[in-house]
Write a new protein. Structure first.
Length: 278
């Protein structure tokens, strides 16, 4: 029998699945993390290996899948002791650079620009960082990105037929058929992408406290960690990353399309670091 890494169990649809929840849509029961998405499903994540979902009878499959690949996977990683960061990750010279930021900052667009420039994509939306004794390793996810229609056009990807993300008619699931890295690689740095009113992009190194704050804010589903009693583990993990790896803040103009200029900024930065460290 083939070894299974994660088991996903689909239960029969039910009408009254909300009854076990009270004021909140999230709770922990005997080590299982349960959450309810109205009119969609109840999800249960346990032991870092098992996800069970019970949908509503008329639930949309695309919306069910959205939370399965998002919140469920983030919780599952935490249960395994793997830090999930909210962002995209790309491979530059055999090392991984994480691009984190708020929703709408342009993380996926920047990662797609890296792919167009010949740099492999590692993951999009959830970055899985496993801290070992020797390094911080990033594990790849599934070969797909979520891109706005405007980004697809500006990146020159508009000649294909993509499926829209549920309830986001102008955001699409874009498969990565090439330039996708499937092996775990060491994390070499973190870039926080933020919008700016300045006309030109700029990048600067964060001090350790600023880096710690960026990693805290951009931990995936940060607000759920207290339910799993994992706040101390999170702090220890991000404190180690902030002390061992460089964290940068990359400001991009809020107007216009600057993704390829941002790629150049990061590549120049990594080349300087190679010279310094050699």
């Amino acid at each position: 029998m083939q070894n299974v890494d994660v088991e996903i169990e689909l239960n029969p649809p039910q009408d009254n699945i909300r009854d076990s929840f009270e004021a909140s849509n999230f709770r922990v029961d005997n080590g299982r993390f349960l959450f309810h998405v109205p009119e969609t499903a109840v999800y249960s994540v346990a032991d870092g290996t098992h996800i069970a979902l019970t949908p509503y009878p008329a639930a949309d499959e695309a919306k069910i899948r959205l939370f399965l690949l998002g919140t469920c996977m983030g919780v599952l990683l935490v249960q395994r002791g793997i830090l999930p960061l909210h962002g995209s990750a790309v491979v530059i010279d055999g090392k991984v650079y994480a691009i984190v930021g708020e929703s709408g900052a342009g993380k996926s667009t920047l990662a797609a620009a890296f792919a167009r420039a010949g740099y492999p994509l590692m993951t999009d939306d959830v970055i899985a960082v496993a801290l070992t004794d020797d390094a911080a390793l990033v594990h790849s996810s599934y070969p797909q990105q979520k891109l706005w229609e405007e980004s697809i056009e500006q990146l020159g990807l508009h000649d294909r037929d993509y499926s829209s993300i549920y309830q986001r008619v102008n955001k699409y699931a874009v498969p990565i058929r090439s330039r996708f890295c499937r092996e775990a690689l060491p994390l070499a740095g973190i870039v926080e992408l933020v919008k700016s009113d300045e006309p030109e992009p700029s990048i600067q190194a964060c001090n350790r406290l600023e880096g710690l704050h960026a990693l805290y804010v951009h931990t995936y589903r940060n607000s759920l960690l207290h339910l799993m009693n994992r706040q101390q583990w999170q702090f220890q993990s991000i404190a180690r990353l902030a002390s061992e790896l460089p964290v940068y803040r990359l400001r991009r103009p809020a107007d216009g399309f600057s993704a390829f200029d941002l790629v150049d900024q990061i590549i120049r930065l990594t080349n300087k670091r190679e010279v310094v460290s050699s």
